[in-house]
Ligand binder design. Structure first.
Ligand SMILES: [Zn+2]
Ligand SMILES: [Zn+2]
Length: 243
């Protein structure tokens, strides 16, 4: 009953806005975040590798290519991400993945936009979400990567090719596997819409970058289909904590 009254009052705008992360009362600035969560969820701007996203230095230093990417470049040209996959950003992504929610969609879409930033010289010809297998899509009801891709498509005024990449077989969720098994599990799991991607620059969108195995396979598939360049955007980049 109390919840129903609260909902009714909130629809009339009679209650204070609450932070979608910690539920503290907030003043609708910072995308609805309270000041504490806004600080914790601020974008990670520098001190990382622009290709693999490894964070190794002071955030105030510009992004620089790491030695590993010098030696063995990844198949995409550039990786964009908003922040580290930990703390409130991780909680937000997990609750979004399993519960959806308009507020979370808006917040994570904003993060996807800040991750892309002012890179107007790299605006892609088309945007493609990392697909979920139909079985998982039916179970979950929505693909979080598609929602993020649609927000980017709208903001950058570029088409979103929802079926630009499709899953050709069911795979074990990558979260249950180690690095080596992830690569084997995901190998040849995608097919690209050749007509849609040939000769185009593509931005591939996902929510989280963990080992990069899925994004590597997606990018290889697009490159084989004739894409002229691929960039990758995720909201959060997982990092090994320094020992
Ligand atoms: Zn908060
Ligand atoms: Zn790197």
């Amino acid at each position: 009953m109390l919840r129903a009254l609260e909902n009714f009052a909130s629809r009339l705008g009679l209650t204070a806005a609450r932070c979608p992360i910690c539920s503290a009362i907030t003043d609708r600035n910072n995308g609805g975040l309270c000041p504490t969560c806004a600080v914790e969820l601020r974008p990670h701007l520098g001190g990382h590798c622009p290709q693999c996203g490894t964070m190794f230095g002071d955030e105030n230093t510009p992004p620089t290519l790491c030695s590993e990417c010098h030696l063995t470049p990844l198949p995409w040209d550039r990786l964009y991400f908003h922040g580290r996959y930990s703390g409130p950003l991780r909680d937000l992504i997990l609750s979004y993945k399993f519960n959806g929610g308009v507020g979370r969609t808006r917040l994570l879409s904003d993060f996807a936009l800040t991750a892309f930033g002012n890179n107007t010289e790299r605006i892609p010809d088309a945007i493609i979400p990392v697909p979920l297998h139909t079985r998982r899509l039916l179970w979950r009801g929505f693909n979080q990567s598609t929602e993020l891709a649609l927000a980017l498509g709208k903001a950058l005024d570029r088409p979103v090719l929802k079926s630009g990449l499709i899953r050709t077989r069911h795979t074990i969720p990558q979260t249950q596997l180690g690095m080596k098994d992830r690569q084997t599990n995901i190998k040849d799991a995608f097919a690209a819409d050749e007509k849609g991607v040939r000769g185009k620059t593509i931005l591939v969108v996902d929510d989280v970058y963990t080992t990069g195995a899925t994004l590597t396979e997606c990018t290889r598939t697009l490159n084989r289909a004739g894409a002229s360049g691929v960039d990758v955007l995720v909201v959060a980049r997982a990092q090994q904590e320094p020992a």
